[in-house]
Design a protein around this ligand. Structure first.
Ligand code: ARG
Length: 264
């Protein structure tokens, strides 16, 4: 009988030790529980570029788009609070290097030139260069000769225009904001603009007086590897990379491509 009591006491003691150990590990954990304050990461973007990012004027000027949904998903998965800073595209890389923002998602293309200043994630969307116009007689790049062609400042389209200009002299007009430039083209103040296929599609799909065609150089389409940019050696690059990979595997990215790009 005495023996049984002893065993009972030992068991109770063991149970208490186990319980208190659990208690300790609970209070000591530093997860992203509700009461916990999440770390904020700041995304820089240029919300003039639907369907990647634009200002939803019908809904309290909220910034919406493909990039915003991807960024929100990533921040959520990593336990960060996301803050979005809207500015002109041309200043985004400088803002990254000045540590005013933690990363850029702005339909930005990974280029060797930019790589000298920033790091890029693996590309999350492949696009290509196009001409967007309402002029019936502009059907291929050669027809841009002598025409007023709009490009957004600091973009790969500005670089492409300078390249084309060597053999097809044109009147290159530089704009800060893509959406304002597209409106100017619609109003007849520009003959054509250079942009990417999925941005042009948002316009041509709604306005049948507009058309788009691919820019071909030496017979080849000009691809644009859209990627997330980070300051050099940022730890966020690997963290984001893991979630981007997951989004490819679990169908989340396809869902967002359908929602924003294919169904615009
Ligand atoms: N794809 C071009 C580039 O990387 C233009 C991106 C413009 N983005 C924007 N949000 N306005 O240069």
């Amino acid at each position: 009988m005495l023996k049984m009591k002893k065993i009972g006491l030992i068991l109770i003691a063991l149970l208490l030790i186990v319980l208190s150990a659990c208690g300790t590990s609970d209070t000591g954990s530093s997860g992203n529980g509700d009461g916990e304050k999440k770390k904020t990461i700041v995304m820089g973007t240029s919300a003039d570029y639907p369907p990647f990012e634009s200002v939803d004027t019908a809904n309290g000027n909220k910034i919406i788009g493909f990039d915003i949904d991807i960024a929100n998903y990533i921040a959520d998965q990593l336990g960060y609070k996301l803050e979005i800073k809207n500015q002109d595209f041309n200043g985004l890389i400088a803002a990254l290097n000045a540590k005013q923002i933690d990363f850029v998602m702005a339909g930005m293309v990974d280029t060797p030139d930019r790589r000298k200043q920033v790091d890029f994630s693996k590309s999350y969307y492949q696009d290509y260069q196009v001409v967007l116009t309402k002029e019936k007689n502009i059907k291929r790049v050669e027809d841009l000769k002598g025409k007023k062609v709009g490009v957004q400042l600091g973009t790969t389209q500005e670089r492409l225009a300078n390249e084309l200009n060597k053999t097809i002299p044109m009147d290159i007009q530089k704009w800060d904001k893509l959406n304002e430039m597209a409106e100017a083209m619609r109003a007849g103040r520009l003959d054509a603009i250079l942009t990417v296929g999925s941005v042009a599609y948002g316009y041509t799909n709604k306005d049948k007086s507009l058309k788009q065609f691919n820019v071909k150089l030496n017979g080849k389409d000009q691809f644009e590897a859209i990627s997330v940019a980070f300051p050099k050696d940022s730890e966020l690059k690997d963290e984001f990379g893991k979630v981007l990979k997951k989004m490819e595997e679990n169908g989340k990215k396809d869902e967002l491509v359908k929602k924003w790009i294919e169904n615009q």
